[in-house]
Ligand binder design. Sequence first.
Ligand code: NI
Length: 141
Amino acid sequence: MKSDKKELVTRTGVSFDPELLIKFDKWIEEKGFPNRSEAIRYIIREYLVKTDIEQNPQMEVVGTLTYIFDNHNFDSSAKLTELQHNNDNLIISTMHAHVSHELCLETTILRGKYHELQKFKDDILSFKGVLTGDIVIASIK
Ligand code: NI
């Protein structure tokens, strides 16, 4: 059954200097937001969630860690696999792609406490042969 209850919103005004507003409108257009309100809400939500997670390292989160490594310059891919096995409590799934003759890309879906995911990220990204990578984390509360 559809609810007749309307979502309440509060209107507020934001002052911009013209230069910042031009840049913001350009960004809004590039990203495809339908209007400034949607863009501002998105930015605030992102910021609040990020701040909340960073201030609560024990918070249960989900995320993906994506990294590229040089398969030739790798002292042992077995060590990387061992590192993954040692963190099997965090790893939901891993996908591996051979992106070129030398390079491999892996994306790992993770679930655990924020600080555990950060530690895993640091362990992987500091590994010999890993060239670049990043983690995306989201709250699940
Ligand atoms: Ni590969």
